[in-house]
Design a protein around this ligand. Structure first.
Ligand code: PLP
Length: 461
């Protein structure tokens, strides 16, 4: 007979049954879960009845906001029509075909990237980056360059947490005790001028120093051994880090000259968050591969995509008679319901012009944050682009010193926030709070969120 569990609360059952990702087991066993019961627009309600403005859009992903009935309808229709069939061996389905076509059209027409040629679907940003890491190896094997395999990533980067994606991720806490097999992964310096610029160094000099370091790395390792460079155009988990002036303009020709593929990880920056459809367009990037997830469905259904360029496709196509089928893919690649949800989501984004709203209210947010918190003794930098915004804490503003490891002032502030009516996340790389609400948020909601932040700051410090 099964044990009678009817006396257990949901909190008890969570503690006894759920293995939570990215959660301290020690803290969770003491505090229990925060159960989110409902969501609508930019707001969540938890099991304590608190109404919370979600300043994180979940994990930078619910771009259109919560609870849109159009998505539920599109999903229901798709479930009733074709709830699943795989796309191996040339099988296909209409919603997935149309979503691939839509993504390519957006890239070609709205982001000045006509070279993007095919879309490979997965279900998470991590698996898409694992796909990319495999693809660059496959590509070089197929074109007779089996030595060209290493991938350069950056300190502070976040590319996911499957084995290879975690190895590409450049933040130590994700590596500690996990024994990742990151063979062939190299990390170059984090492009965070505010934090890592040397005393007296200008932003341009900082860029030149970092680019020089990359050139030296390529020379040291040998260009013939390096397959790809992966970068988030704006680092997300690293702290909404905008590239320093001239960074990508100087980087890209070096990659081209050395026959190194450029993978733009647009898992966060894609689909409007920066105020542009893609950071590829925003910065005039020329990626060979783009990683997409999150905003492609606004997280209503797990879908990710690796978008590859014609250059890569041509090599794969030419080698096809010799190598046979591309032996890579997942049960849920190209899921028809994901396709339908993605299409309905992008329709809302286009009709409501949410990228433009992100640009407009994002500027307002940064202005207001600077006006309200710019003089705060522990807030050293307020930065961002569109609705990818961050506040970084400093221990001493005049001396520009930072908090010691483990002090985590940002996490203390974030801990007070729910009682004041917001969810806001402290990031793991530097002492930084991220503002990344749904792109549908209004200035009025942002004012309310900033009031709650002010209260939380006051309580914390
Ligand atoms: N790449 C970037 C830039 C991300 O921010 C994330 C997740 O936050 C990922 C990849 C991994 O995505 P997922 O959590 O869907 O595996």
């Amino acid at each position: 007979m099964l044990e009678d569990r009817s006396n257990y609360t949901l909190e008890d059952m969570d503690r006894m049954s759920v293995f939570h990702p990215l959660t301290s087991i020690e803290t969770h066993m003491k505090q229990g879960p925060m159960i989110i019961e409902q969501s609508k627009g930019v707001r969540l309600r938890d099991h304590k009845g608190r109404e919370l403005i979600d300043c994180g859009a979940g994990l930078w992903c619910v771009n259109i906001g919560y609870g849109r009935p159009e998505i539920a309808q599109a999903a229901q229709q798709a479930f009733e029509n074709l709830n699943y069939y795989h796309i191996f061996g040339g099988a296909s389905n209409e919603p997935m075909i149309r979503l691939a076509d839509k993504v390519l059209t957006l890239f070609r027409e709205r982001s000045g990237a006509p070279q993007m040629a095919r879309v490979f679907f997965g279900t998470s940003g991590s698996d898409a980056n694992d796909t990319n890491a495999k693809l660059v190896r496959y590509y070089n094997n197929l074109r007779g360059k089996p030595e060209k395999k290493k991938i350069i990533s950056r300190t502070g980067a976040y590319h996911g947490l499957t084995t290879m994606a975690a190895a590409l991720t450049g933040i130590d806490i994700y590596h500690k005790a996990w024994d990742l097999d990151g063979s062939g992964v190299l990390h170059t310096s984090c492009p965070h001028f505010f934090r890592f610029g040397l005393p007296g160094e200008t932003e341009e000099q900082f860029t030149d120093r970092l680019i020089g370091e990359i050139e030296a790395m390529i020379a040291r390792e040998g260009a013939e051994t390096i397959a790809a460079f992966i970068a988030e155009p704006i680092m997300g988990t690293g702290g909404a880090l905008l590239p320093p002036k001239g960074y990508f303009e100087k980087l890209q020709p070096i990659l081209e000259k050395n026959d190194i593929l450029f993978i733009a990880d647009e898992v966060i920056t894609g689909f409007g968050r920066t105020g542009d459809w893609f950071a590829t367009g925003l910065y005039g990037l020329k990626p060979d591969i783009v990683t997409l997830a999150k905003g492609i469905t606004s997280a209503y259904f797990p879908v990710s995509a690796s978008v590859i360029s014609q250059k890569i496709w041509d090599v794969l196509e030419a080698a096809s008679p010799e190598y046979g089928p591309v032996m890579h893919g997942f049960t849920y690649s190209g899921h028809p319901v994901g396709g339908a949800v993605g299409l309905a989501n992008l329709k809302i984004m286009e009709e409501e012009n949410l990228p433009a709203n992100a640009a407009k209210v994002g500027s307002y947010l940064r202005e207001q944050l600077k006006a309200r918190f710019g003089d705060h003794p522990y807030i050293g930098d307020i930065r961002g682009q569109g609705l990818m915004v961050a506040l970084e804490f400093v221990a001493d503003k005049a001396k520009k010193t930072f908090f010691k490891a483990g002090q985590n002032p940002h996490r203390v502030v974030a801990g007070y926030a729910p009682d004041n009516g917001i969810m806001i996340r402290g990031l793991p790389f530097t002492e930084t709070l991220a503002f990344s609400p749904p792109l549908s948020i209004t200035e009025g909601d942002l004012d309310q969120a900033m009031d709650a932040l002010a209260k939380s700051l006051e309580q914390a410090m």
